[in-house]
Design a protein around this ligand. Structure first.
Ligand SMILES: [Fe+2]
Ligand SMILES: [Fe+2]
Length: 272
């Protein structure tokens, strides 16, 4: 993942057309999957300068949470104790950076991706390891990119309360297997898809650096959404249409309901 492909100074008319065509192609399955678009009221509020620091800090937390969620799936469904410890150690410096304010050389860290050895029984487990390790690597790279933007802009990482979005989805996951895993994977797909939809919707209203950065995130977030869905289908062994319909409805409700605080995944901002 790099911003370089969108970062060239000479960005001619032909490249611009190709670029916007690529974005449209990436967004088409996302818009088909989600039951609603980001409400205009959220966009109107989120583009105000007063929210930019909070949204960037919230974004930093979201990237870490995305990596932590993938790590949880690996630990819960595939890894042995040694593998689980490797994954925890991988995340630790990033958590130190956000939760404990430690100075960490994230670029250096990004060069050392652990090789996690696993013996898997089922095809879906092998795919889970393959996809979730790659997803963690990419989310932690996004984390580094957001962290560097915060540092360059002199924004301190302060505590920002989480929106009710992810918790509001996860409490609707079934509590018995394999339904729990299937639901968690679909929820992962919904969060990735919504992030992608929001990056694209908000990007045109931001400064050039953030605009390019958000657009650059679309490719990997769109792939993450597909990876989660494919995994859910593999676990079930058949189509997951009904499961998707149930959770996508809950997701759309969360996005369309009012929220007191503006966050990256919040609903319609409450007018006070
Ligand atoms: Fe990400
Ligand atoms: Fe992602």
């Amino acid at each position: 993942m790099s911003t370089a492909s969108f970062g060239a100074e000479e960005f001619g008319a032909k490249e611009r057309v190709r670029h916007s065509a690529e974005i449209e192609t990436l967004l088409e399955p996302i818009h088909d999957f989600l039951l609603c678009r980001t409400p205009q009221a959220w966009l109107n509020e989120a583009q105000k300068a007063q929210w930019q620091d909070v949204l960037l800090i919230d974004h930093l937390h979201c990237e870490l949470k995305a990596a932590q969620s993938a790590a949880l799936l690996l630990r819960r469904y595939v890894l042995d104790q040694e593998g689980a410890e490797q994954v925890l150690q991988w995340l630790l410096p990033y958590e130190d950076c956000v939760y404990r304010g430690k100075a960490v050389n994230l670029r250096e860290l990004g060069r050392h991706i652990p090789r996690i050895k696993v013996v898997t029984q089922h095809a879906w487990q092998a795919r889970l390891v393959d996809r979730m390790v790659l997803l963690m690597k990419e989310e932690l790279h996004h984390f580094t990119q957001v962290y560097e933007i915060l540092q360059a802009r002199g924004i301190d990482i302060r505590a920002v309360s989480a929106s009710r979005y992810a918790a509001g989805l996860i409490r609707h996951a079934h509590t018995h297997e394999p339904k729990t895993l299937i639901d968690k994977l679909i929820i992962g797909a919904l969060i990735e898809a919504r992030s992608c939809e929001r990056f694209a919707a908000l990007a045109p209203f931001l400064d050039q650096e953030l605009n390019r950065f958000y657009v650059s995130l679309l490719r990997s977030e769109a792939r993450h959404f597909e990876d989660y869905l494919t995994l859910a289908e593999m676990v079930k062994g058949e189509a997951i249409t009904n499961e998707i319909a149930r959770l996508a409805t809950i997701e759309a409700n969360l996005i369309q309901q009012q929220d007191a605080e503006l966050r990256f995944h919040s609903g319609v901002p409450q007018v006070v």
